[in-house]
Design a protein around this ligand. Structure first.
Ligand code: PEP
Length: 279
């Protein structure tokens, strides 16, 4: 596409986002958005750890709890919570964008659905970094997840360098527009995960996260002014039992995606309890 047309479209989007941001500020916050607490175990835990954790974990009490173990543990985890009749969702950490076929080592959305998964994390920064997933792949994966009845949890976030260069909003806008091409806004969950805050012990402040969440909602409002208020936007990045309350008190923070602190059931349960109080 011609560079001047590209620049013009960019300008239009920016103006529309700014306009909807100011109009959204006047709207009362939605109180009926789902609150999510998501455990991203990454490449940690074995089958015994998993079953012990799930045995101790209590239901969300008004918040949606999603545990995302490594792929081989998804089915035993699902069987276990089902057998215990616990309302705990099991989610995948990744999915392949194709329906099926010669993709060695990959997992199809239909299989995830078949074994009882309800959610799928898509576009985590570690996958963007190590598996080189870009916004176009994230978009295809989200479409594939939706096609098979999984709720995509789309991760977006800026690197430290991008933050220092005041590029955060620009990066997030590009990630959102890329991920959402051809997707209906109310079908997805977003997780704002600043890359510099993941696994570093240095979380965003709750105020900083709230400001960015409101911005993300304004971009969603640009895409669909009737439904942006319905989308749950989670914060992720060094959340723990001590800082969860600050995030929970923010209007546009509808839960958290937790890595390190989700590995210990006591810590994770305390984070759930913080959000369940307000649910
Ligand atoms: C994550 O892996 O998405 C994450 C937020 O990790 P941590 O909570 O450890 O920063």
């Amino acid at each position: 596409m011609d560079q001047s047309i590209k620049a013009y479209i960019k300008q239009l989007v920016q103006e529309a986002v700014e306009q909807s941001a100011s109009s959204l500020n006047n709207l009362p916050p939605s109180t009926d958005r789902k609150q999510y607490i998501i455990a991203n175990w990454k490449m940690n835990k074995n089958i015994q750890d998993t079953l012990e954790f799930l045995q101790q974990l209590k239901e969300g009490n008004g918040v949606e709890v999603v545990v995302c173990p490594p792929a081989p543990l998804l089915y035993p985890a699902k069987l276990y919570v089902q057998g215990q009749n616990k309302k705990i969702h099991i989610g995948a950490q990744n999915v392949h964008q194709e329906d099926k076929g010669a993709y060695t080592g990959e997992t199809a959305a239909s299989l995830l659905k078949d074994i009882g998964c309800s959610h799928c994390i898509i576009g985590h920064s570690e996958r963007r970094q190590y598996a080189h997933e870009d916004d176009a792949i994230v978009n295809l994966k989200a479409k594939q997840a939706l096609k098979r009845g999984l709720t995509p949890i789309i991760c977006i976030g800026e690197t430290l360098e991008q933050k220092q260069q005041n590029q955060t909003e620009k990066v997030l806008t590009k990630q959102i527009l890329g991920a959402m091409d051809g997707i209906d806004v109310p079908q997805v969950v977003f997780a704002y995960e600043p890359v510099w805050a993941i696994g570093t012990g240095e979380s965003a402040t709750a105020e900083e996260a709230q400001r960015i969440h409101a911005y993300i909602r304004s971009v969603l409002d640009y895409l669909d002014e009737h439904n942006a208020e319905k989308v749950s936007i989670l914060y992720g990045g060094s959340v723990n039992e001590n800082n969860a309350q600050e995030f929970a008190s923010m209007t546009d923070i509808d839960g958290v995606l937790v890595g390190g602190a989700s590995l210990k059931v006591d810590s994770f349960q305390k984070i759930i309890a913080v959000f369940a109080k307000g649910a």
